[in-house]
Unconditional design. Structure first.
Length: 196
């Protein structure tokens, strides 16, 4: 009798083990399926970013500098280049957000990517671009970038930081020029008047 009862309990326990194993296999298959979907979505964004980069052309750095320092001078071609440049950067940041959401990127990595994305648009023309372009991004991603953007001191934007760096770099050249100017030399010793 005791053997039969023990055998029944072992059967019940083994059945629970089999069911638990099947549940774990199903969970793993679901995780793999989610990872494949995630990778496909990332590949979509990579393709979009590659297309944007190909479109930008060779003068994008000039267009970005104009947008940063003299936005009123932007023309139609330059605004298109700046749009493509900003779009490709924010698509890369959104890829990292998708990876983080799927558990494939750490909190620290996402925090760095989020700060980078917000800082990329933290200047007057960048904020205008973001206001118009954010409808092309996932709303949850937009909310996170906007929360990060709200933490940036508006008096310290990308244009101001770059202006400060330029001034300091140009000062190096001024200091070097001043130190290489000929100084008025003392007359040679034989020409000096001797003390009385």
């Amino acid at each position: 009798m005791n053997w039969d009862q023990g055998s029944r309990w072992l059967t019940v326990l083994s059945n629970f083990g089999v069911i638990g194993g099947l549940v774990l296999v199903a969970m793993q298959m679901n995780l793999n399926s989610d990872a494949i979907k995630q990778q496909n979505e990332i590949e979509l964004y990579r393709g979009l970013a590659a297309g944007e980069l190909a479109f930008m052309g060779d003068s994008t750095a000039t267009a970005f500098a104009v947008a940063l320092f003299r936005p009123a001078k932007l023309d139609e071609v330059q605004i298109g280049q700046v749009w493509a440049y900003m779009q490709s950067h924010l698509l890369s940041v959104q890829q990292n957000w998708l990876s983080h959401r799927a558990g494939m990127a750490s909190d620290a990595t996402w925090a760095r990517a989020r700060a980078y994305g917000a800082n990329q648009i933290a200047f007057d023309a960048g904020r205008i671009w973001w206001r118009e372009a954010k409808i092309t991004f996932d709303p949850d991603f937009v909310a996170e970038i906007e929360a990060e953007l709200a933490t940036i001191d508006p008096s310290i934007d990308l244009a101001l930081m770059n202006r400060k760096m330029l001034e300091e770099i140009h000062q190096i050249e001024k200091d070097a020029a001043e130190s290489s100017e000929p100084k008025e030399l003392s007359p040679p010793i034989e020409q000096r008047s001797s003390p009385p």
